[in-house]
Design a protein around this ligand. Structure first.
Ligand code: HEC
Ligand SMILES: [Cu+2]
Length: 467
């Protein structure tokens, strides 16, 4: 009896086990381009999963008027999203397009093994490499190229995410999106037009010209905003390719109900901002309770408003004024008591001042511009693509200058076209005097290549304000 059992288990070990792994059902991996995520895996057993990933070097848009030679996994930055299941045997085929100039490889943080697959996948242009790994640990993992110089291959766009679903799957949500931060270093300054070469010097100094979500300025704004209906649950698979900067990942006007920091298995609740390091990831989940445009930012905020780290989630549906009322009242603010050490704050008045010459007006207008308008329309008057329209050479501005003065007085909301580009944002009314508005208009109309012969007087602003 004892003897038989022993033979039986030997037979099992020697014959059945290898057979079993050889007989795994074979399927193609589920893969999608950003911001899409492949659907959840439904099978409840391991499989042999085949991944075919093509490396493509190609010129694409980095920002309006700015192109860049990206090196990509699958033709997009970030690269194709791969979804497999814990315990799967993954056969990875890396194809290096024959038109490419350089060899590449792939280091997947989901791999347990030398170099994360890097040595096994080193591939010259026009060649393919094959290696295989077992997805031992569930989680959300960054992959990237690890060919020398590694920093340059990553800086040029060679990264992406692979999700290894745990055996029991992830909780069900209504929408899943792929959001990936990274930064770019260009020879020219931020916004300098044309095909911009990579700057090794700036990359080493960590002086990023662009910090972006999904590979370019505006990849997730305007028409590219992530669409969600009110009441839906959302999961963002957030990755960071760096190469240098950690992300302070935040969605303005949302609180993450759940965060899996570092994409580990331990969950945190009710989080405002989560850190995603280069070569790391996080999963964040929330329910959309009210409609609105929720802005995705790196809360290291100059990156958001000056370097491009800005995306949008557009939630549509019925308002819920209990959760968020919107603006209820706009009234003049006065301090409650008027004591000698705490004088009454009077609203700004339009007390007449001595008339300024055109030069004096422009000089005064520059000061007002820097204090009031520059944060949005920028020092060079070029604004921020897709967010703040330009005032430099703005056809919209010159088409109707009275209308522009009205915008400064009353604010502006809704779709407009400036120099052929669409904007659909909000400018709040600017609480400045008629004198200040006339000065700032004279400054704008005669700066950054703008030219306008006539002088705008406070009286004109007053007249437009009265309308
Ligand atoms: C908080 C950001 C912000 C500030 C501050 C701001 N603006 Fe704007 N401005 C905008 C946005 C956004 C729009 C586009 C609104 C839309 O999409 O309807 C705009 C539109 C305009 C336009 C019309 C579009 C164009 O490009 O010609 C003018 C003119 C303008 N602003 C002038 C000013 C001036 C002058 C100031 C300072 C006194 C100022 N803005 C301050 C955000 C701002
Ligand atoms: Cu590479």
């Amino acid at each position: 009896m004892k003897h038989k059992l022993c033979i039986g288990s030997l037979y099992f070990l020697a014959v059945l086990l290898p057979l079993q792994s050889a007989e795994l059902p074979v399927e193609k991996a589920k893969m999608t381009s950003p911001p899409h995520v492949p659907p959840a895996i439904e099978r409840n057993h391991p499989a042999k999963v085949i991944v075919d990933m093509e490396v493509v070097e190609k010129v694409m848009r980095l920002a309006d008027g700015v192109d860049y030679m990206f090196w990509t996994f699958g033709g997009t930055v970030p690269g194709t999203f791969i979804r497999v299941r814990e315990g799967d045997q993954v056969e990875f085929n890396l194809h290096n397009h024959p038109d490419n100039k350089l060899p590449h490889n792939i280091d997947l943080h989901a791999v347990t093994g030398q170099g994360g697959g890097a040595e096994g996948s080193f591939t010259a242009p026009g060649h393919s490499s094959k290696f295989s790994f077992k997805a031992l640990n569930p989680g959300l993992f960054v992959y990237h190229c690890a060919t020398q110089p590694v920093g340059m291959h990553i800086a040029n766009g060679m990264y992406g995410l692979i999700l290894v679903e745990p055996l029991n799957g992830l909780s069900k949500v209504d929408k899943e999106f792929y959001v990936f931060q990274s930064e770019f270093y260009t020879e020219g300054a931020h916004g300098e037009e044309g095909l911009q070469p990579f700057s090794m010097d700036k990359a080493i100094k960590e002086q990023a010209d662009y910090v972006v979500f999904n590979g370019s300025v505006g990849a997730l704004t305007g028409d590219n905003a992530l669409p969600v209906s009110k009441g839906e649950t959302v999961r963002l698979f957030v990755g960071n390719g760096g190469p240098n900067l950690a992300s302070s990942f935040h969605v303005i006007g949302e609180i993450f109900d759940w965060v899996y920091p570092e994409a580990g298995m331990m969950a945190n609740r009710n989080v405002q901002t989560t850190t995603v390091p280069p070569g790391g990831a996080a999963m964040v989940e929330f329910t959309t309770d009210v409609p609105g445009t929720f802005i995705i930012v790196d809360h290291a905020i100059f990156r958001a408003f000056n370097k491009g780290a800005l995306g949008m989630i557009k939630v549509t549906g019925e308002e819920d004024h209990e959760i968020y009322s919107g603006k209820i009242l706009d009234s003049q603010y006065k301090t409650m008591v008027n004591t000698p050490d705490k004088p009454l704050l009077l609203p700004k008045t339009n007390t007449p001042q001595k008339e300024l010459t055109m030069d004096e007006s422009i000089k005064a207008g520059k000061v007002t511009y820097q204090a009031t308008c520059m944060a949005c329309h920028q020092a060079n008057g070029l604004g921020i693509p897709g967010v703040f329209p330009p005032l430099a050479k703005s056809d919209f501005l010159f088409e109707d200058i009275d209308r522009a003065i009205g915008i400064v007085i009353h604010g502006k909301q809704g779709p407009i076209k400036v120099n052929g580009k669409d904007y659909n944002q909000v400018m709040t009314p600017q609480n400045i005097t008629n004198e200040e508005i006339s000065n700032v208009m004279n400054f704008i109309l005669n700066s950054w290549g703008n030219e306008h012969p006539g002088k705008i007087d406070p009286a004109k602003v007053k007249q437009i304000r009265a309308k």
